[in-house]
Design a protein around this ligand. Structure first.
Ligand code: COA
Length: 363
C-alpha cells in the first residue's frame, strides 16, 4: 500500500520584515542579505504557533476534501512549540476538533518535516493510520536576537501542512514513497544550538538572553548543509533505484539560496527543477519544506506521477530526504479562505519586546 499527499496548505504571516526594515534595526544592508542569502523579506507572526498551524491545516484539509474528524493522526514538526506539554499537536487537535486523531510532536529541527514525512508515510503504508495531518510550524522570531545581524536576517515564521492518505496501488509506477534517507551527527551538534527551552541548567525565573537565543556557526553549517543534503538525496535515490535524471521536482529546506543551489547543482539537478521561495519567506525551519511544496503545487510545478524529492538539514545535526511519486491529483478538492486575523500592530511593535530583552547583551 502506498502513501500519497492529497492535501496541502500554508500560512505565511501577513506581517513582513523586509531587508529595508532590518537596515533600521542592525548594521546590515539589502544588498548583503540578498546576495549572501537570497532573502528579501520574512514573515513575522503576531499570534501563536497554533494559530499558524491551524490556518495551514485547514487549507490542507480543504484541498484533500476532508473534515478534521476524518483524521486519525496529527504529527507536528517544530523547534518552537508554545509549551512542552501538552504537545503542540494536541493543542492543534483540540483547535481543529480532530477528535478521532492521535497527536504527537517531532523535533528534528529544520529536518523535522522530512523526518515527519518519513514517519507519517510509514504509518500509513503499514496500515497503522489512514489519514494523517503533518504540519511543520515555527515561530522562530521568539528565539532570534534582533540585535544580532549574524542571525536575525535569516529566519521567518510560518506553517505548512500536508494530508497523507493511503493509495491501494503498488509496484511499477504506483504513487507513494520510493526511497528514504535519514541521518544525524550528534558530534557536530554544537554548530546549531538553542540552549534554553529544556531542563538543562538551573531553575530561574529570569531567562538569560545569552542562553535563550539561537546560535549557529555560519560557514560550518553551510558546508554541512551542502554535503548533507546532496549526499542524502543520492542515498535516497539509490534506494529508490533512480538517478537525478529521474527527478521532476526537488523541494529543499530553504536555509539559504546559495546552499540550495550548491547542493542541487552537485546532484546534477538544474535550477528549474528546484523549488525556491526563500526570497519572501526566509528560513522557517520545519515549516520551510511544506510551505515550498504548497507554493509548487499551487503554481502548477508538480504534475500527476511526478518524482518529487524532499530534502533538508538542520540542528542536531540532522539531515533527511524522501523520494516520492506524486499521486493523481494536483488540484484541491475544495478551498478554504481561512487566514490569520489582521494584525493591529506593526512588525516593529511585535519585535519591541525581543529587542528590549536582548539589549543587556549590547550595553
Ligand atoms: C550566515 C551566512 C549567510 C553568512 O554568509 P557568509 O558568506 O558565510 O558570510 P561570512 O560568515 O563569511 O561573513 C562575512 C562578513 O559579513 C558580516 N556579516 C554577517 N552578517 C551580516 C549582515 N546581516 N549584514 C552585513 N554583514 C554581515 C560578518 O560579520 C563578516 O564580517 P567580517 O568578515 O568582518 O567578520 C551563511 O554562512 C549561511 O547561510 N550559513 C548557514 C546558516 C544557516 O542555515 N543556519 C540555519 C541553521 S540554524
Amino acid at each position: 500500500m502506498g502513501a500519497v499527499i492529497t492535501g496541502w496548505g500554508k500560512c505565511r504571516p501577513p506581517l513582513s520584515l523586509t531587508n529595508a526594515d532590518l537596515e533600521s534595526l542592525v548594521d546590515t544592508d539589502d544588498e548583503w542579505i540578498l546576495e549572501r542569502t537570497g532573502i528579501s523579506a520574512r514573515g513575522i507572526c503576531h499570534l501563536e504557533t497554533t494559530d499558524m498551524a491551524e490556518v495551514a491545516a485547514r487549507h490542507a484539509l480543504a484541498a484533500a476534501g476532508l473534515a478534521a474528524t476524518d483524521l486519525d493522526l496529527i504529527v507536528m514538526a517544530t523547534v518552537s512549540p508554545e509549551i512542552s506539554c501538552p504537545s503542540n499537536a494536541c493543542v492543534l487537535q483540540e483547535r481543529l476538533g480532530a477528535v478521532n486523531a492521535g497527536a504527537f510532536d517531532l523535533n528534528a529541527a529544520c529536518s523535522g518535516f522530512v523526518y515527519g514525512l518519513s514517519t507519517a508515510t510509514s504509518l500509513v503504508s503499514s496500515g497503522v493510520a489512514q489519514r494523517v495531518l503533518l504540519v511543520g510550524v515555527e515561530k522562530l522570531h521568539f528565539l532570534i536576537d534582533y540585535r544580532d545581524r549574524n542571525t536575525c536576517v535569516l529566519f521567518g515564521d510560518g506553517a505548512g501542512a500536508v494530508i497523507i492518505e493511503n493509495d491501494p496501488r503498488s509496484g511499477g509506477d504506483a504513487p507513494g514513497v520510493l526511497g528514504v534517507d535519514l541521518g544525524a551527527d550528534g558530534v557536530a551538534g554544537s554548530t546549531m544550538v538553542i540552549p534554553t527551552l529544556g531542563t538543562r541548567g538551573e531553575l530561574s525565573a529570569d531567562r538569560d538572553p545569552a542562553q535563550h537565543r539561537l546560535h549557529f556557526e555560519g560557514q560550518a553549517v553551510f558546508k554541512i548543509a551542502v554535503k548533507g543534503m546532496s549526499e542524502s538525496v543520492q542515498r535516497a535515490l539509490q534506494r529508490a533505484g533512480l538517478t537525478s535524471d529521474d527527478v521532476d521536482v526537488v523541494v529543499p529546506h530553504q536555509a539559504n539560496e546559495r546552499i540550495i543551489r550548491a547542493a542541487t547543482r552537485r546532484l546534477g539537478v538544474d535550477d528549474d527543477r528546484v523549488v525556491v521561495n526563500i526570497e519572501t519567506h526566509g528560513n522557517t525551519s520545519a515549516a520551510s519544506v511544506p510551505m515550498a511544496l504548497c507554493d509548487a503545487v499551487t503554481d502548477g510545478r508538480i504534475s500527476p506521477g511526478d518524482v518529487v524529492v524532499f530534502t533538508a538539514f538542520g540542528g542536531g545535526v540532522t539531515w533527511g530526504s524522501v523520494v516520492l511519486r506524486w499521486g493523481d491529483r494536483v488540484t484541491p478538492i475544495t478551498t478554504s479562505d481561512v487566514e490569520l486575523p489582521a494584525p493591529t500592530v506593526d512588525v516593529y511593535e511585535v519585535l519591541a519586546e525581543n529587542r528590549a530583552f536582548f539589549q543587556p547583551l549590547y550595553d
